[in-house]
Write a protein that binds this ligand. Structure first.
Ligand SMILES: Cc1ncc(COP(=O)(O)O)c(C=O)c1O
Length: 365
């Protein structure tokens, strides 16, 4: 059986260090924010190449707090890809702003700069781009559009820790970059966690207060904030894993290369573009008989996932909110399949998956 992901297996190499960290953490008597969080914030900012990092409770909060801190006009329109995970859109709604969905490009699954330009209007105040599955968006175009139209740029980097656009890490292009450290992510905690990175000192100060009830100093509340503090123990675990992140990403890229070089041409595979480094949080393929393929793989002992089966605009909670059609997004949701690719998988595992996929391609001809 080849599992889609086994977090216990992926994290096994860190267990000893986690135990030492936990003993020191419990003895310290300091469980929320504090030194461990500050250390991780410094290390992660350095890793991404930004001046500041603010640890928060989740990726969703990192997005909500980014939008709140930027003081965008109430009800203002935020352009966002229609095929993102629902959290991106929920963040916009939770920040009292209006999501404007635009179609992605089929070859990258990322927001199309041309579709962004076509969606600009007098109420547009920001672009929230999402680096889907670990693949970098077209940052030069998006930064240019924001500059020319006086818009804020927020990057949703929940799926793209360590991915680069012409050598520059994602998250360092926007006014803020919002990260999730949900356990399945490339840099995953042992629970919920997130962070915001920025080069803007004022924004960083404000975000530091906003995550802590809007307070810079004890019992003085400057802003209407949230309780979205990063747990000290999660920060400790994340610091340990951050040291190995690049080698873990290289492992995933090696597995991705096997898929890219050996899968039958019947499968639509991610396109690798010059200058863009994808870290493959997910390895998606597309096939018109996706559901049959998923079943076939399951019968052959291979677990896969679908990211995502129902697009946000078709979800019950979004009923009546979006009237337009999003055919590209719907096509992606109907045909996409995520293959096993994790730190816990070996090259042998991936070769077995490839063999099964290629025999499906032969049989279904
Ligand atoms: C693109 C994207 N944005 C935001 C989030 C939200 O992150 P979290 O689950 O940490 O709140 C996720 C989580 O899966 C995500 O995939």
């Amino acid at each position: 059986m080849i599992e889609f992901e086994n977090l216990g297996k992926s994290n096994q190499r860190f267990f000893k260090q986690f135990q030492t960290e936990f003993n020191s953490f419990s003895n310290s008597g300091w469980y929320v924010l504090g030194e461990r969080v500050q250390n991780f914030e410094r290390e992660f900012a350095e890793y991404i190449g930004t001046k500041y990092c603010i640890g928060v409770a989740s990726g969703l909060d990192a997005l909500i707090l980014s939008l709140k801190a930027l003081e965008l006009p109430k009800g203002g329109e935020v352009i966002v890809p229609a095929n993102t995970y629902i959290a991106t859109i929920l963040a916009i709604i939770n920040a009292d702003l209006t999501p404007v969905l635009v179609e992605p490009n089929l070859d990258s699954y990322n927001i199309s700069p041309a579709a962004v330009v076509a969606s600009l209007g007098p109420q547009t105040c920001a672009i929230l781009c999402v680096h889907m599955y670990g693949n970098p968006c077209e940052m030069n175009s998006l930064v240019e559009i924001c500059k020319n139209n006086n818009l804020k740029l927020i990057e949703d980097v929940a799926q793209a820790h360590g991915s680069t656009y012409f050598e520059k890490k994602l998250g360092s292009f926007g006014n803020t970059g919002a990260f999730s450290f949900y356990p399945t992510k490339n840099l995953g905690a042992l629970g919920d966690a997130g962070a915001i990175v920025t080069d803007d000192e004022e924004l960083a100060k404000k975000l530091t207060a906003l995550r802590n009830y809007g307070s810079h100093s004890k019992y003085n509340f400057e802003y209407l904030g949230m309780n979205s503090r990063l747990d000290a123990i999660q920060a400790g675990f994340l610091s340990i894993k951050l040291r190995e992140l690049d080698s873990m990403l290289e492992h995933k890229r090696k597995l991705a290369k096997l898929y890219l070089e050996n899968l039958n041409s019947e499968f639509i595979i991610p396109s690798e573009k010059k200058g863009l480094k994808n870290t493959y949080h997910i390895f998606p393929i597309r096939h018109p008989k996706r559901d049959l393929l998923k079943k076939f793989l399951e019968e052959n002992g291979i677990k896969t996932e679908i990211h995502y089966p129902i697009p946000p605009h078709k979800q019950k909670c979004m009923q009546d909110r979006f009237e337009a059609e999003y055919p590209i997004t719907e096509d992606i949701h109907q045909t996409i399949l995520s293959l096993p690719i994790s730190f816990g998988h070996s090259e042998d595992d991936v070769l077995k998956v490839i063999e099964a996929l290629n025999s499906f391609a032969q049989e279904s001809k």
